[in-house]
Design a protein around this ligand. Structure first.
Ligand SMILES: [Zn+2]
Length: 205
């Protein structure tokens, strides 16, 4: 192991981060002193604070704080179509999609908003979709210790749509099934039926 594996490098100052954006602007062929770009480095750095806010959040903590004990709820809990915004770690461009998160509770349940916050805490980091999917599922599994967890992500990657191979409209689907969702095909089938059902919002239109 090298020292950088164990000792994190000191965080650059805001001023250093803004200077880095000026460097990129110059590298792209721009003049950072041009009026329209004067405030851009500051705005970009503030955007980064929002895009990468997840590093300051502890997803396990989000789930563990509010669980309640239930005795007998033995049906699937599904939160579907959770919009998420992440950034690919190879190109630092957006990955935008929806997450479907399901679990079959053991003794613990959480408010559904907490599931969405776990998705957000892991999304707001540099990611690859496969790892994002696994992290969400593993964290729910570890903290709630349910009978099973299923996480399905469907997303468009701007590194595929706006650069490189330029394939707009392509989405990538990843899933991680744990516990009964992995071992029991009836449970998995029930989940798929719930996912395919039109949402209440759609049926009322
Ligand atoms: Zn990429």
């Amino acid at each position: 192991m090298t020292p950088t594996d164990t000792v994190p490098l000191p965080r650059p100052s805001r001023e250093e981060a803004e200077d880095a954006i000026r460097t990129l602007l110059r590298w792209a062929g721009e003049d950072p002193a041009r009026e329209g770009l004067l405030d851009t480095p500051g705005r970009v750095v503030r955007s980064y604070e929002e895009f990468f806010q997840g590093y300051a959040e502890d997803p396990s903590e989000i789930l563990s704080r509010t669980f309640s004990e239930v005795d007998d709820y033995d049906e699937i809990v599904l939160l579907r179509d959770i919009r998420f915004e992440s950034h690919c770690e190879h190109h630092m461009v957006p990955i935008i999609g929806v997450a479907h998160v399901a679990y079959l509770p053991g003794k613990r349940v959480v408010g559904i908003s907490k599931l969405a916050r776990v998705v957000e805490a892991f999304s707001r980091r540099l990611q690859i979709q496969e790892r994002l999917t696994a992290q969400i599922a593993n964290t729910i599994n570890d903290v709630l210790q349910p009978h099973g967890v299923a996480v399905i992500l469907e997303a468009g990657h701007q590194c595929m749509t706006t650069r490189g191979v330029h394939r707009p409209g392509v989405s990538m689907v990843t899933s991680r099934m744990l516990g009964v969702f992995r071992t029991n095909s009836d449970t998995r089938r029930e989940l798929m039926a719930m996912l395919n059902r039109p949402s209440a919002a759609t049926t009322h239109i």
